[in-house]
Design a protein around this ligand. Structure first.
Ligand code: NAP
Length: 281
């Protein structure tokens, strides 16, 4: 039977540590979130981020833009927030409406306020192993390995998914810990073949129960990033949890695994941005 990696508990600990730090050092961090359009799931994510900010003692400003927003208007709001000395972190909630260029918008966020780590400058820093902002989901995953003392050195790690938000930066983080990393995607010929020798699997796809017990070896460590709905409308991951958990040594649940850690690491990045911007360290 596997050990359940309790992301919910770990995220709570991290938020508490940050709250203590904010109080003790008399910090006044601020996060600005831009929500463009009316994607229902995005509204829930933003609400959860706002709640976490409240808990930690981070000021939260929300900017709601209509679906018809033009690229120049979005960029001009980002410019305004870049120039607002009180704002430490800027987050553009994805997805944004079709017709808008999200990569250009990410690149416009000042690297020192880029708490999501999507600006090419911070992406580059991650690749060359310099300190910058690491995207929150991969960062949360790495924290889970650290807290559960899961050694990655020399391990065979397979990341399923190659998005700029999760898959690629997660692979980079695993590589920085000396894992031997394979990235799979929709064009991978034989996923089972790639997974069968893996010591660590990170599934970031968005396909329910894609990873089945007969695809993995005994003792594998499984991190399930996926957020899907089952037939009853309940949240579930990319991994067949029931069956795979019988073979895994460690596994994350959905919900209660990677999700809460993503938000906790966002809080961490905002506090870090505030400290760096104010030369408090
Ligand atoms: P994405 O941009 O849609 O990327 C999905 C990736 O999966 C792509 O690289 C795609 O390959 C690959 N893929 C699709 N079908 C596949 C298959 N049958 N076999 C192997 N690979 C396949 O998604 P994302 O933004 O990375 O998110 C992935 C999942 O994580 C989603 O469920 C999302 O909701 C969830 N998520 C969770 C959190 C959290 O905090 N818990 C945060 C972010 C995302 P191609 O590149 O070839 O298309």
């Amino acid at each position: 039977m596997s050990v359940l990696i309790n992301g919910k508990e770990l995220a709570k600990e991290i938020r508490l540590e940050l709250k203590e730090k904010v109080e003790k050092e008399n910090l006044s961090p601020m996060l600005a979130v831009i929500l463009c359009g009316d994607d229902a799931a995005s509204k829930v994510y933003v609400r959860n981020k706002s709640k976490a900010c409240d808990e930690v003692g981070i000021k939260f400003k929300e900017y709601l833009l209509p679906s018809e927003t033009k690229q120049e208007e979005l960029l001009s709001l980002i410019d305004k927030l870049n120039n607002d000395s009180e704002v430490d972190g800027i987050l553009l909630q994805s997805p944004i409406p079709k017709g808008l260029n999200i990569e250009e918008a990410f690149a416009r966020i000042s690297p020192e306020k880029d708490v999501d780590g999507f600006n090419p400058y911070n992406v580059g820093k991650l690749v060359i192993g310099e300190d910058g902002f690491i995207p929150c989901t991969p960062y949360g995953i790495m924290k889970m390995f650290e807290k559960y003392n899961i050694d990655l050195h020399g391990k065979k790690a397979v990341v399923i998914g190659r998005s700029n938000i999760v898959g690629k930066p997660t692979a980079q983080c695993l590589l920085s810990k000396n894992a031997t990393v394979t990235i799979c995607h929709s064009k991978t010929k034989d996923l089972k073949e790639e997974l069968k020798e893996a010591d660590v699997i990170v599934a970031a796809v968005g396909v329910r129960a894609l990873v089945k017990a007969d695809m993995v070896k005994d003792g594998v460590v499984v991190i399930d990033v996926g957020m899907n709905r089952n037939d009853e409308g309940k949240l579930c991951g990319d991994v067949d949890f029931e069956e795979v958990s019988k073979k895994a040594s460690y596994i994350t649940p959905v919900p209660g695994g990677v999700g809460p850690m993503t938000i906790a690491m966002l809080m961490n990045n905002v506090v870090k941005a505030h400290i760096q911007r104010n030369h408090k360290r």
